[in-house]
Design a protein around this ligand. Structure first.
Ligand code: FAD
Ligand code: DHB
Length: 392
């Protein structure tokens, strides 16, 4: 089989890339090693930046997102059971965030792609990427028990943190940065009306908590747990008890209800400083991970895709390799920004040392400053909703 751009991975990065290239008349084929059911039931992100929503709208992929997603105009921050609100509005020039589950946008993109008769193979595992230093790279993959080859002009590895793309790049072709945090997140989905119309990020002496939502009847919540925690250690009653303590403020009550999903996510910052080798390009989690505090991962994946599309369009329309060659340096500006913001939100709201320690006092000093400063609120708001593409 032959196509212009061979894409590995049908997550947010791979699917967005395929749709965007199609809009410019560039063909692609997607290989995904998991089943459709698995991909569509993998519960992850929920926070979409303004840029991301605008892109899905432009690509004609936002019908359901605009109906079922919830646009938020501010966010609550809690510290030691005291709550403040950071409004977006004037601080962001009217830019907002939208809450819509990652697996829903993945479902929407898959439906449109397949109903247009485009090629996406589930349970097709990329096993080898070869000839990346030539103008005709190839992806070897297995599908229905047989070996196949996808021959292309470029390979886009949108295959997540554990994918094949990064492993294929020569080790000495990039620098690597990594931080592992000494805590994890336990995330739940529960059949209960959200207790707040906007998200709440909380520092508490017992640890971090986040209140998010998916709809008027489904709440999404997270708590900081240690790196050795197991889901079995956390029966429902224990989770609700911790959440109520950590999120509490005066005159506010947390609604609890049946939990139907529980999972634990480790927290790390990771990225490489060159996302291209020859004709192989990496996008999304394949090249970088941010800790989830602040909701940047999916949004960064979509931003990488924007820069990759700019490069591929320049190549196919103008026969120029210049924009493609700048892909890494262009994408990295936003990646560094997101790494900093995600690390800032993580260190501000997680318990890292004894309550009352020097580290705690620094966290509290930041929170107290945010409370009184429009400038600090603006910094948080503009990073949170995502800086416009014109910024970088
Ligand atoms: P993935 O979604 O990982 O997709 C990669 C795909 O490649 C997978 O489907 C995989 O099966 C496939 N694949 C891998 N190897 C192969 C192979 N050899 N052959 C074929 N296919 C292969 N981000 C936000 O922006 N906002 C949030 O609110 C947010 N919250 C989060 C909360 C949690 C608890 C977690 C865990 C993450 C969160 N994120 C958030 C991060 C976000 O989910 C990821 O950044 C996003 O999934 C990245 O998309 P991707 O397409 O790069 O990678
Ligand atoms: C969600 C996840 C995040 O990491 C975040 O910062 C905000 C919201 C969510 O899943 O809704």
């Amino acid at each position: 089989m032959r196509t212009q751009v061979g894409i590995i991975g049908a997550g947010p990065a791979g699917l967005t890339l395929a749709h965007w290239l199609k809009k410019h008349g560039i063909s692609s084929v997607i290989l995904e090693n998991r089943s459709r059911e698995y991909v569509e039931s993998r519960v992850r992100a929920g926070l979409l930046e303004q840029n991301t929503v605008d892109i899905f709208k432009d690509l004609g992929l936002a019908d359901r997102l605009l109906k079922e997603g919830q646009e938020h105009h501010g966010v609550y921050l809690n510290f030691d059971n005291h709550r403040i609100r950071v409004p977006f509005g004037n601080l962001t020039g009217g830019r907002n965030i939208t809450i819509y589950g990652q697996q829903e946008i993945v479902k929407d993109m898959t439906d449109v792609w397949q109903s247009d008769g485009e090629k996406l193979f589930f349970e097709a595992e990329a096993t080898e990427i070869i000839d990346i230093e030539t103008s005709n790279p190839k992806i070897n993959y297995t599908f229905e028990g047989e070996s196949h080859t996808l021959s292309c002009d470029f390979v886009a590895a949108c295959d997540g943190f554990h994918g094949l793309g990064r492993k294929t790049m020569p080790k000495d072709s990039y620098g690597e940065y990594q931080v592992t945090y000494p805590f994890s997140w336990l995330g739940i989905l529960a059949n209960v009306a959200p207790s707040s119309e906007e998200l709440i990020y909380a520092y508490h002496e017992r640890g971090f908590a986040l209140h998010s939502l998916r709809s008027n009847t489904v709440s999404r919540l997270y708590i900081q747990v240690d790196n050795y925690a197991k889901v079995e250690d956390w029966p429902d009653e224990r989770i609700w008890e911790e959440l109520s303590l950590r999120l509490a403020t005066e005159n506010w009550k947390l609604n609890s209800g049946p939990i139907f999903e529980k999972s634990i996510t480790p927290m790390r910052s990771y990225f490489i400083d060159k996302m291209q080798y020859g004709r192989l390009f990496l996008a999304g989690d394949a090249a970088h991970i941010v800790p989830p505090t602040g909701g940047k991962g999916l949004n960064l994946a979509v931003a990488d895709v924007k820069h990759l599309v700019d490069g591929l369009v320049d190549y196919y329309k103008n026969d120029s390799i210049k924009t493609l060659d700048n892909y890494s340096s262009q994408a990295l500006k936003r990646i560094w920004r997101a790494q900093d913001f995600s690390n800032f939100m993580t260190t501000l709201f997680h318990k890292q040392d004894e309550h009352g320690s020097f580290q705690y006092q620094l966290q509290k000093a930041k929170f107290d400053y945010i409370t009184i400063s429009e400038a600090y609120k603006t910094t948080i708001a503009e990073n949170y909703v995502g800086l416009p593409f014109e910024a970088f």
